[in-house]
Design a protein around this ligand. Structure first.
Ligand SMILES: [Zn+2]
Length: 103
């Protein structure tokens, strides 16, 4: 079972990488698989979310498979929404790391 944090609505790979910084940062590798992430505690209400991952973080996904054109379209949509959100956010509220655009 995957016990690392995973960002479900990432505009790229939802995994995190540990570096010399204090906190882990978002993975910026290009996603190669799409799959499901189970959210919630056993015995309570749970839900499945679609997530994307690079080869290193593919283990975080259930039923992972290679990306199809419709998955690439969703990634493009998420990236556009991410950049639109950045453009609207005041400078002091902008996240420090933005996902890469394009493959
Ligand atoms: Zn990754």
């Amino acid at each position: 079972m995957w016990d690392e944090p995973f960002y479900l609505r990432a505009a790229g790979c939802g995994g995190f990488v540990k570096g010399s910084d204090v906190a882990p940062r978002h993975c910026h590798r290009e996603p190669v698989v799409v799959g499901l992430v189970l959210v919630g505690e056993p015995g309570r209400r749970r839900s499945l979310w679609r997530g994307f991952a690079c080869a290193a973080h593919a283990g975080a996904l259930l039923a992972a498979r290679a990306l199809l054109p419709r998955d690439q379209a969703l990634l493009v949509y998420r990236r556009e929404a991410w950049h639109a959100q950045l453009a609207r956010a005041p400078l002091e509220r902008r996240p420090r790391a933005a996902p890469r655009v394009g493959a």
